[in-house]
Design a binder for this molecule. Structure first.
Ligand SMILES: Nc1nc2c(ncn2[C@@H]2O[C@H](COP(=O)(O)OP(=O)(O)OP(=O)(O)O)[C@@H](O)[C@H]2O)c(=O)[nH]1
Ligand SMILES: [Mg+2]
Length: 363
């Protein structure tokens, strides 16, 4: 009989067995066996050589969020709450073995959420399908880190991401580098640097540079510089959710420990904090809504264009039709990005969340 079945049987038996002096010993035995079997099951599932299929992880929607966390913190339960899809939930580790996509609809945006298997130590070297999980996370618009009140450590996970070349909540360092034919290495900076030029020179040497011009436009660390030269780093924004707060008495120490993260405290069981979490994800990804105003008829507030912070009228045009940039005359804008309602703007005008835009196009 397989382990899952035996676990189910014992759980059922425990449910119907009344506790008294004569059953006490038996119940204890059942509980011990249950604990043992769950451990076996975890081990079995962890070592099962299940290859994650890439089929199921096609990009869809306006943005992609990967849910990353240790086993059993409630990733699948949250995923079920947020999306139209269903993922198995279980009270043992490694319930989820595949990457499962689902769509979260929020503020008119379709956000692809990915439920992931738990990430464990050694992931970056391939343990527990770690490399598949990390490469999908790398290619996301946001990582939703999840821990719970019993399992409140992110250290292992952050280490694995780092090793895999994922940089969390950091910007790509602002540096330019030109290889030259002669003249040695020249390093200049537009701001005072806390790392010495000699160190940077040594690093360049290690990467095989003998002649180069480097311009550094912000204060960086040695590691930032190495990242820049390595080139294959992914800079991904992230939000931290701390789950199962329905089971916690006191959040003071967690709040202190993760103050820098400004975590969202949630319960996937009661739904507490879920609205705040959606808002934070939307905001952190820099998503904005732009409503189109047709020549005649009503503004469609149900289906905004979903753009990124910093996008312009040109991006609005591109989203509608590729010819619109070429045929563009001007746009009229109502909202936060303009000084007065209906202001005329050009292609380079930067739009803001909830702007209303009317495009005037040549025939
Ligand atoms: N009390 C409480 N239980 C929760 C909450 N969220 C999840 N759980 C329970 O925690 C257990 C694990 O939940 P899952 O959603 O399967 O956890 P997971 O992170 O997907 O686990 P893996 O797929 O194994 O990595 C289940 O028994 C859930 O019912 C919560 O907010 N409160
Ligand atoms: Mg799961």
């Amino acid at each position: 009989m397989d382990i899952e079945k035996r676990i189910k049987e014992i759980e059922d038996e425990l449910k119907i067995t009344k506790y008294n002096k004569s059953t006490e010993k038996h119940i204890l035995k059942l509980k011990a066996r249950l604990t043992f079997l769950k451990k076996e099951l975890e081990e079995k599932r962890r070592t099962e050589k299940k290859r994650i299929s890439r089929e199921g992880v096609k990009k869809q929607g306006d943005a992609r969020v990967s849910i990353i966390g240790p086993p059993s913190v409630g990733k699948s339960r949250l995923f079920n709450l947020l999306t139209n899809a269903k993922s198995e939930v279980g009270d043992y580790a490694f319930t989820t073995l595949d990457i499962k996509p689902g769509i979260l609809k929020y503020r008119g945006a379709e956000i692809q959420m990915l439920d992931m298997p738990g990430l464990i130590e050694g992931a970056a070297r391939g343990r527990g399908n770690g490399r598949e999980i990390l490469s999908v996370a790398r290619d996301s618009d946001l990582i939703l880190f999840m821990i719970d009140v019993f399992n409140p450590s992110l250290d292992v996970i952050m280490k694995e991401l780092y090793e895999f070349g994922i940089r969390v909540n950091k910007k790509k360092p602002n540096i330019s580098l030109k290889r030259t034919d002669r003249g040695g290495i020249h390093i200049a900076s537009t701001v005072p640097l806390s790392v010495s030029e000699d160190v940077l020179r040594d690093i360049l040497y290690e990467f095989g540079y003998r002649n180069a011009e480097v311009l550094i436009k912000e204060n960086i660390t040695e590691e930032d510089f190495i990242d820049f030269l390595a080139g294959n780093r992914a800079y991904v924004p992230a939000v931290l959710a701390i789950n199962k707060i329905d089971l916690a008495d006191d959040l003071t120490s967690l709040k202190k420990q993760y103050a820098d993260w400004e975590p969202v405290f949630i319960s996937a069981e009661t739904g507490y904090g879920i609205e705040e979490l959606k808002e934070r994800m939307f905001d952190k990804m820099g998503l904005i809504r732009v409503y189109l105003k047709p020549k005649s008829g009503k503004i469609d507030y149900e289906e905004p264009l979903i753009l990124r912070r910093g996008d312009t009228i040109e991006d609005v045009c591109r989203h509608i039709h590729k010819d619109f940039v070429r045929k563009f005359r001007y746009a009229m804008v109502w909202g936060r990005s303009v000084k007065f309602p209906g202001q005329r703007v050009g292609l380079e005008h930067v739009v803001e969340d909830e702007d209303v835009v009317r495009l005037i196009i040549r025939k």
